[in-house]
Design a protein. Structure first.
Length: 214
């Protein structure tokens, strides 16, 4: 069995749910064949989120890590290609912190690319009937904080482990008036399962022109 760690965030910004955590739980409850998936919830807090993530990696000893986060307004599941070394928060995190132009890791590289086959992962989700796209920005809030922190952790302490970050849209319950795009968490989970099955068996990415978000 291949050990996989999947994380999602607690609700933030006044929301009562976070679809990233909903999807992570669903995948862990019914993982793809051959995968042992552990789901861990991260606090939507700068610093503390990386501590919980580090502890989870040390405990689970996964061969692959996938962190999920909410990106309200996006129409599909988006696989992040790159994370940058900056925290620049538009709103406070759940602990009230609002860093501006601060590094995630002082002295760290300017950016890290995902070590997942990002285009192959997008293709796998689309093949499963889930709207998906490649994204070139994870923002500068806690999602990017975790995406960069994960990449730095794996590069410096767990070099044999691959990992990446994926954003998911709002759940329908968060936009009951239909004024913004949304996807049911169970459909998101289907996409994540397809992504994981591809990621654990594929290292060389597809070389195709891929429309991106943002």
């Amino acid at each position: 069995m291949t050990r996989v760690l999947v994380t999602g965030f607690e609700p933030f910004g006044g929301e009562s749910v976070n679809p990233s955590w909903q999807a992570a739980q669903l995948v862990a409850a019914a993982p793809p064949e051959g995968l042992a998936v552990t789901a861990v919830q991260l606090p939507c807090v700068v610093g503390a989120s990386l501590e919980v993530l580090r502890e989870a990696v040390e405990r689970v000893r996964p061969e692959l890590v996938l962190c999920l986060g909410q990106a309200g307004g996006r129409a599909g599941v988006t696989v992040e290609r790159v994370a940058i070394n900056v925290d620049d928060a538009r709103i406070p995190d759940n602990a009230g912190a609002q860093p501006v132009d601060e590094p995630v890791v002082p002295g760290g590289p300017a950016a890290y690319f995902s070590t997942l086959p990002v285009k192959a992962c997008v293709a796998a989700m689309r093949g499963a009937g889930v709207p998906a796209a490649l994204s070139n920005t994870a923002g500068t809030f806690v999602c990017n904080h975790v995406a960069y922190g994960l990449a730095h952790l794996l590069a410096t302490r767990f070099p044999g482990v691959r990992g990446g970050f994926v954003h998911v849209p709002w759940a329908p319950a968060q936009v009951p008036d239909g004024s913004a795009p949304s996807l049911p968490p169970d459909l998101v989970a289907e996409g994540v399962r397809a992504l994981l099955s591809t990621a654990v068996t594929t290292t060389a990415d597809l070389r195709v022109s891929e429309g991106t978000t943002h």
